[in-house]
Ligand binder design. Structure first.
Ligand code: ADP
Length: 422
């Protein structure tokens, strides 16, 4: 007898374990279920049922209640104790008149019961119902596991985020404190600098007058009594005068250094070539005596203090002449744009500077050539102060006997926004 399949889609893959001590019942039930597309396994007692269920858990168990040795309740109870089988839906099967203890059947973990003689449609309906329930439950559990995992990951991410936030907050706090401390020490430094500059200015100024008195008396001595002194006495006097002259230069440079605090409101747009021409006029004697060539063309306008910038070019060109080699000095001045900056280069063909001194050349009173070249060691320190007061920076590239190139950068200012004073 080939019956029509009642649940063609869902039943085919279901694996059902049939437990009945009556082989005839088993066969009948198995035939009936197989016809409906279920996969069945049959066992004839409780211990066999437990073994079959644990070794390969079925999707559903149809379990006879009345069996010798171990009845259905016991089997169901033991299935419930085992984590491998506790979720398998168990439907009890009892013969009419056997008196099923329904409360006990549910208490030991059964999900349903059917009575013999079996009403097939009812059996299929119940099986399908429990299979569906079982599958839904499984799906729900899987979803729960997934949700839990996602939750855990979210919690972990939140925790990491919180930690990162705390770290960031701590960093911000630290930066704030550091900035405050920096601002404070900057303010203190500025105050100390201002005081030092004021002191230098006053001290240099006050030193000038006794020095000119000494120098004046020494000159008087030389004029009036020079003829009465012997050669040695005259040499002493000359030394006094030479040292006075040098000291006067030093004080003069110190004074100009301490006075270099131009405010940007005194700045104007200036024609660079005019500034260089002025610097060359001031150096006329040195340029003529050495036959030097000062080369420049197409230089841009710059923004700043006229006198300070003339002094800057004058010091750099003057050094190119002072520290010349055997060759006739050639000083080339060029400018190029680097982003929002103008970079000037003053290149000479002089004796160059040893690389070990390059980071010290801009410090006050530092001199690196031990001959009697005149100078105080303040020229480049003054250059640095001028450039920095124009919001720029200054540096040098040089090698012994290969000439030097001094660079300084200044911010580019839009020509239209400037007041012209060339
Ligand atoms: P000064 O020229 O009065 O000694 P500067 O501050 O101008 O002082 O220069 C510091 C030192 O750097 C100089 O004594 C010299 O040793 C070196 N120096 C500066 N410019 C040049 C240059 N163009 N070529 C070689 N050496 C230089």
């Amino acid at each position: 007898m080939n019956k029509q399949q009642l649940y063609p889609e869902t039943s085919t893959i279901a694996d059902i374990l049939l437990v009945d001590d009556e082989p005839n019942n088993l066969r009948l039930l198995a035939n009936m279920l197989t016809e409906q597309g279920y996969k069945t396994r049959g066992v004839i007692n409780g211990p066999m049922a437990l073994k079959a269920a644990t070794s390969l858990p079925p999707d559903l168990i149809l379990l006879d209640i009345m069996m010798p040795e171990m009845d259905g309740y016991q089997v169901c109870h033991l299935l419930q104790q085992d984590s491998r089988t506790c979720e398998i839906p168990v439907v009890f099967v009892s013969a009419k008149g056997e008196g099923v203890d329904k409360v006990k059947a549910f208490a030991v973990g059964g999900v349903d019961y059917i009575t013999k003689p079996l009403q097939y449609e009812e059996v299929f309906a119940r099986i399908e119902y429990h299979l569906k329930l079982y599958r839904l439950q499984k799906k729900l559990e899987e979803q729960n596991v997934r949700l839990n995992e996602e939750n855990c990951q979210r919690l972990l991410a939140e925790k990491q985020l919180q930690e990162k936030n705390q770290q960031l907050e701590a960093e911000i706090e630290l930066r704030k404190t550091t900035e405050e401390a920096l601002q404070q020490s900057n303010a203190e430094l500025a105050r100390a600098n201002a005081e030092l500059e004021e002191f230098t200015a006053i001290a240099s100024h006050d030193l000038k007058s006794p020095l000119s008195t000494i120098s004046g008396y020494a000159q008087l001595l030389q004029i009036r009594y020079g003829s009465q002194l012997n050669g040695e006495g005259n040499d002493y006097l000359s030394s006094i005068l030479r040292i006075c002259h040098r000291m006067n230069e030093l004080i003069g440079d110190l004074l100009s250094y301490s006075r270099l605090n131009k405010q940007p409101d005194s700045f104007k747009s200036l024609e660079c070539e005019i500034l260089i021409r002025q610097a060359c006029e001031n150096l006329e004697r040195e340029i003529d005596s050495t036959g030097a060539a000062i080369l420049y063309e197409n230089l841009p306008q710059i923004f700043g203090d006229r006198n300070a910038l003339v002094q800057l070019f004058q010091n750099l060109i003057g050094n190119g002449l002072k520290y010349r080699s055997q060759a006739v000095p050639e000083i080339r001045i060029t400018a190029s744009e680097k982003g929002d900056r103008l970079v000037f280069a003053i290149r000479d063909n002089g004796i160059g500077i040893d690389s070990q001194y390059l980071d010290k050349v801009f410090l006050p009173f530092k001199r690196f050539h031990k001959d009697n070249t005149p100078g105080t060691g303040m020229g480049l320190a003054i250059c640095r102060k001028i450039v920095e007061s124009h919001s720029g920076s200054i540096w040098v590239e040089s090698k012994c006997d290969r000439g030097s190139t001094f660079y300084f950068s200044l911010p580019q200012i839009e020509a239209s926004s400037l007041q012209n004073d060339s």
